[in-house]
Design a protein around this ligand. Structure first.
Ligand SMILES: [Zn+2]
Ligand SMILES: [Zn+2]
Length: 401
């Protein structure tokens, strides 16, 4: 048998492996969907993952970032070591859907599809542990608290890559608006950095009829809201995308009194660390200038959260090649716009080469929508991608783009 025919034979075996077990994997996914837990509280979820990995003969390690779970699968002989990562947490959203595996936990649902991500990685782990049909080793990494709590940061800080050294790490997210199984991966920025900020404006409260006796925090905050919007449009290069959204305005209790304090809160998204730093500096300058113009005091509390999710060029190319081999290069998109949403896998890509890819779920319901439900047809596709990465990874050359 020539190499191509042999590879096709292997691939047919992989397809059959996942097809035969799809019913079991759908049961796993539905169990996870019925029992969602929010970030850092994924205790039952972690227990479920540990049970499945143990059933596969693996020895899962628990406790990283509290509820994280990692297991190592040894392949054949010496070879490279890579990490494959799935996120575990659900969202504090009331599910509004109509299917037979509704969330049994009030006010919490897997509206981002992390139930499916865990299942795809468990399915891949089962294949890899049964066949050992890959060189080197694979760490399967189940990470808590992706949704705005930085579970990846905590896992890295607690020594994830010291305890489980690897050359590269890979992430995968189901993505609405892309055809089922269509794959999107490219070098460079794919998800934005995320920072949160809070501005406290303090002045002197006054009777609403006698504003000259106080210093008005309402008018000051109104002008500040407008001035902040000039940062993205006037201070940042138009070719360096930035979004600054004010999401909360709090102030005032009475209809006839000017409050002594107003609080504004918001978020910054940027696709470069340079733009991110520039926005922070300009926020400080605009806030202080506007405050002095209105004779009020204003302070900025800036909370840098997630870095830009930056794909390594060689890893992105490998991911695209692997997906192209599976589904044809016509189904692999490498020229697409990054998302201004954010992803804490950025923390892992900050210390390891790797890539973060999207796999189309063939549906339009947005992520984080109350009716969102992972598409089970993706389970064998995502699992095959993980397996093919393990089988085809032979080291990366080159570095960040
Ligand atoms: Zn999400
Ligand atoms: Zn997500």
């Amino acid at each position: 048998m020539n190499a191509d025919a042999e590879r096709q034979g292997d691939e047919a075996g992989t397809v059959q492996f996942f097809a035969e077990r799809q019913g079991k994997y759908v049961d796993w996914r539905h169990h996870l969907h019925r029992n969602p837990e929010i970030g850092f509280e994924e205790h039952d979820t972690a227990r479920f993952i540990v049970e499945r990995l143990t059933d596969m003969g693996l020895v899962p390690v628990t406790g990283l970032a509290g509820t994280g779970v990692v297991a190592t699968i040894k392949g054949q002989g010496q070879g490279p070591v890579i990490g494959l990562r799935a996120d575990m947490d659900a969202l504090p959203i009331v599910e509004q859907a109509d299917h037979d595996h509704l969330s049994q936990r009030p006010g919490v649902t897997h509206a981002c599809g992390h139930d499916g991500h865990m299942t795809m990685l468990l399915a891949a782990a089962e294949y890899l542990s049964e066949t050992r049909d890959f060189p080197g080793e694979v760490h399967v990494i189940f990470q808590p608290a992706e949704e705005a709590k930085g579970g990846a940061k905590q896992m890295v800080a607690e020594g994830l890559f010291d305890r489980f050294p690897c050359e590269a790490v890979f992430g995968l997210h189901n993505w609405p608006g892309l055809d089922l199984g269509t794959f999107a991966v490219k070098p460079g920025a794919v998800m934005a950095a995320m920072d949160l900020f809070s501005i406290t404006i303090t002045g002197t409260g006054a009777h609403a009829a006698l504003p000259h006796e106080g210093t008005d925090t309402i008018v000051a905050s109104g002008n500040l809201i407008g001035a902040i919007q000039s940062i993205a449009s006037r201070s940042v290069n138009a070719l360096d995308p930035v979004v600054i959204s004010l999401t909360q305005v709090h102030g005032g209790d009475a209809l006839n009194a000017l409050p002594g304090k107003v609080t504004l809160k918001g978020t910054v998204r940027a696709l470069s660390e340079g733009a991110r730093a520039l926005v922070r500096r300009r926020l400080e300058e605009v806030i202080s200038g506007t405050a002095s113009a209105h004779e009020v005091k204003a302070s900025l509390d800036f909370d840098p959260l997630y870095p830009v999710t930056m794909n390594d060029a060689a890893a992105a190319r490998l991911s695209a090649d692997v997906a192209g081999d599976l589904w044809g290069s016509g189904n692999v998109i490498t020229d697409y716009q990054p998302s201004m949403a954010s992803e804490d896998f950025a923390f892992m890509l900050g210390v390891k080469q790797g890539s973060y890819a999207w796999i189309g779920n063939g549906r339009e319901t947005p992520l984080h929508n109350p009716s969102f439900d992972f598409n089970d047809d993706l389970i064998p596709l995502g699992a095959r991608y993980w397996v093919a990465l393990a089988q085809n990874y032979a080291g990366l050359t080159g570095n960040n783009p």
